[in-house]
Design a protein around this ligand. Sequence first.
Ligand code: ZN
Ligand code: ZN
Length: 177
Amino acid sequence: MPHLIQPASTARAKCRGCGERIAAGELRFGESVPNPFAEGETTHWFHLDCAAFKRPEPFLETVEARTEPLDDVERLVSEARRGVAHPRLPRINGAERSPSGRAQCRSCRGNIDKGVWRISLVFYEDGRFEPAGFIHVPCAQAYFETADVLPRLKHFSRSLSDEDLRGLQAELQTSTG
Ligand SMILES: [Zn+2]
Ligand SMILES: [Zn+2]
């Protein structure tokens, strides 16, 4: 069964990438994966943006094989290619202010103080995204080999205000690896 891009027939499916529902009629990406419980394969659904950010290889394969036009395809393809070039980028699961001072940064191994911004990470394994810790925002360059991550933070943390995004951008600009 190949991967596919098709309109959602109902609003029942949840996106594997962000956990939100996919609206009926919205184009969605279906990744064909081995069924863990039975013979054969099953389909994991994603918003197109979530697929480009978090499943770049199967998404690119599907877009490249597609013959019909796709809205915003250049931006989606360029983000997916960046995720292939920098294989840690698809781990990004958003940004938040650290609710405690207990987490350790996966990049510099220093503590992440309470109240400072941190980037949340997930690992993809066996068809699932598992929580995989955090990094300081200024550690982005060292960890991802690029500090151009704001579109991903914004996409996966939809409640961030413009002021929050300006603060994150300022911290990313200090990120030199
Ligand atoms: Zn999504
Ligand atoms: Zn750090």
